[in-house]
Design a protein around this ligand. Sequence first.
Ligand code: ATP
Length: 511
Amino acid sequence: MPNCTTFLDVNACNRSKTALIIPSRGEEYSTARLLDQVNRIGNGLHRIGIEAGDRVCIYLDSSPEYLISYFALWRIGCVAVPTNRVYREAELLYAVRDAGATAIITDTPGSVTAGKIRKEAPALREVIAVGGGEGATAWADLQGSSPYLRPAHCRFDELCQIQYTSGTTGRPKGAMLTHGNWIAAMDAEREVLGLTGDDTYLGIYPMGHVGVSWGISALRAGGSYVVMERFDLEPYLDLAERYRATVLAGMPPVIHSLLRSPPGTEKRLASARLMISGGGPLVPAVWRPFHERFGIPVVNAYGLSETIVVGTGTAIRPEHYTTADEFRSVGTPVGFSEVRIVDENTPERELSPHEIGEIALRGPSVAAGYWQMPEETASVFLPEGWFLTGDIGYLDESGMLFITDRKKDMIVMSGWKIYPTEVENVLMEHPGVRDVAVFGCNDEHRGEVPVAAVVPAEGGLTPEMIVTYAKEQLAGYKVPRKILIVDKLPRVNGWKLMRKVLREQYCPPRP
Ligand code: ATP
């Protein structure tokens, strides 16, 4: 039976190779140095009483310490509880308390030791401070431990992570991920990107999100992972050029801003053979011109926290680029994943090609359920292994998947179903629109009505211009009843759209 997994199991054959690059700190880690640190931290955690099965929260910015924490915890049989550094106290407290974490690894120990978290999370015994701090165990102390670690014995079906969902539609749920889920996900990602030891991956996804898996997969394939803490166009281009990145992490807003970049930018991405996009819909108005201008195929990947992204999910790959229509699809299943469309009210009933229903996924990276949420678990993790994603879509006759929207975002106006993504795709085609979000506001007479928040590309765009355009392109009931011109849309880490924030901000309270 294999031990707890880390990327190192496969990669160990080339120990002197540069694995991790952190340009903001001018640091590089060879595989050997990374393994040394992982083992020391693992032993150090043991020394201060962290035991196999303990849940340990990680509250750091994307950094080597984040990855080292993941790997060390996995190797000693603990459960990593990654959180996002942008979390405020209440959000962090929710994760620490819900997971019953016994320790937290952070670079802001004061926010934990002095604040509410210490008082209101009774299971929390240890605060481990990267950079040190009063009342905390210093990371440097743990680094002084032995570099020889005997990994814990653990099974594929054993829990190694509680991954809180982004919470874009409600209270975050803790997806329970196992070692087996992770191993399958790394294999699936290697397959979909064709990763080898020659690849250099430029990563921008926050390490507290399952999107970090792309970087871990690159390491496991023997490649290098360049860490960018957050996206900014100029430094991104700089890093892609300097490190000759072959695989670029992207997301719809990143691809959009590359598209608006000055002529000549193409040369700076000359080493790139693939761009990843995921986490939200990539509209054809952005995708197609990006492909035409840069010639870099976008791997539009679809998955969730509950499936470790494409571990059990789908992706469009360069070989799918045959017809223009595919600029709307998220491709076909990856690895051992299976996809089917089921009736929203009777999930046992599978629908035929082109019939719209709920997307269900099955495969080796589907989480074991939600942490301490038996009812939510039973409602979406079905006994035959199918996981109901809450996304709406259809398959075409060749098995390509198309997402129309998320169940919870669907707007029902006087019985008419309106899919916000469809309306957004149309409005994005307007040359004056830089970004757009469509959401449903409650309405006394019609139940709900569609509202659009629009970020203009330049001054002069008026709500009337948008309405006129929408009326030419869309059936009357889909035309937003109200247009708001805004500076910015609420996105988690500049990425996932938070429609619920827009609803709270702009809709009248529900009666
Ligand atoms: P919560 O469930 O708490 O609201 P979340 O679902 O936003 O959080 P994630 O697991 O990070 O958290 O996001 C998964 C969702 O992101 C999917 O269900 C889907 O709606 C959307 N998504 C992911 N990839 C794509 C893609 N390539 N195209 C369109 N939508 C995508």
